[in-house]
Design a protein around this ligand. Structure first.
Ligand code: NAP
Length: 293
């Protein structure tokens, strides 16, 4: 029998997840169907339970429901616990399992596709919203030496770091692998103006890309990095990629690879099989380019 999955959100019509998971299913020979589920803003839990009760096996969760999914899941992975948010639900017999694959997706895209090992690197993340919260533990687990969160509203970056460290000290594991300094010694929250310098990797996790806005950060921060990574993705060059290259950064890319990698990680959670991501990334990139032409 065909197993049913979907992405739930509001809005959800723009989601590329059905196209990604259809490709994964074809590639791995898994018999699944994957759709879109638009839930009313005040009706997330009802929509999830209806889908599950009708035989659905799992859901990807997108904006604005990741916190509600976290609260609803009966069991959660350590990385979902560290993120305080769930983007993957699996309906196990008896209890729903919640996971968060966003951070693993970012780390895998940078290390495997882009070939940049993260251990020992200095990383600057711009933005202190949900996406940043989701990637902190996976980046620390990858062994980064320094992780600075700079935000337009500095207090939010500082609060994010404080909250993360409080949660990590209450339930350790999600922190450093053997050999790395404790998370508290590597993590710092601040404003754009006092981020410091000497970063190998600069990640844009703000939502400024939606409006095509330039970020108010010094060119030197980007010029000195080996990679500028924009979590936002688009058919054309994103504003942050353009800003980074113009500032002298030798390499910049958008977040399409993270999207594909987080989806592959969800597929693994549901089906126990990890699909190959490179051909799916290439197909999606071509699809986007064709739409832009
Ligand atoms: P969010 O929770 O709404 O956070 C938005 C962040 O952007 C806040 O830190 C906000 O700063 C900052 N910001 C907004 N407009 C800004 C501007 N004009 N200048 C400077 N900073 C600005 O959003 P999110 O869920 O974290 O998502 C952030 C981005 O990541 C989005 O573009 C999303 O599409 C992307 N994302 C991509 C993937 C992927 O798989 N590729 C996965 C997750 C998210 P203040 O605190 O000062 O308001």
């Amino acid at each position: 029998m065909t197993d049913r999955y979907a992405v739930i959100g509001n809005p959800v019509a723009h989601s590329r997840s059905p196209s990604i998971h259809a490709r994964f299913a074809r590639q791995t020979g898994q018999d699944i169907e994957y759709g879109r589920l638009l839930a009313p803003l005040d009706g997330f839990v009802e929509a999830v339970e209806r889908f599950r009760d009708a035989g659905g096996r799992g859901l990807n969760v997108t904006l604005p429901f990741k916190l509600e999914a976290f609260a609803w899941a009966a069991r959660r992975s350590a990385r979902a616990q560290a993120a305080g948010a769930v983007n993957t639900l699996r309906f196990d017999a008896g209890a729903a399992y919640g996971d968060n694959t966003d951070g693993a997706g970012l780390v895998r895209d940078i290390e495997a596709r882009l070939g940049l090992p993260l251990a020992g690197r200095s990383v600057l993340i711009l933005g202190a919203g949900g996406a940043t919260r989701g990637v902190l533990a996976p980046l620390l687990d990858a062994g980064v030496a320094r992780l600075t969160i700079a935000n337009r509203t500095p207090a939010r970056a500082i609060a994010l770091v404080d909250g993360f460290l409080r949660a990590a000290s209450a339930s350790p594991p999600a922190g450093a692998p053997g050999g790395s300094a404790p998370a508290g010694a590597r993590l710092r929250g601040c404003g754009f103006d006092d981020a410091g310098q000497g970063f190998d990797l600069v990640v844009n996790a703000t939502s400024a890309g939606l409006a095509g806005e330039r970020l108010p950060i010094a060119d030197a921060l980007l010029a000195g990095a080996v990679l500028a990574y924009d979590m936002f993705y688009a058919a054309r060059e994103t504003a942050f990629v353009a800003q980074a290259l113009a500032a002298g950064c030798p390499r910049a890319c958008d977040g399409l690879g993270m999207l594909v990698e987080q989806a592959a990680e969800s597929f693994l959670v549901w089906r126990g099989v990890r699909p190959l991501t490179a051909p799916v990334y290439e197909a999606l990139r071509a699809e986007l380019a064709a739409e832009a032409a």
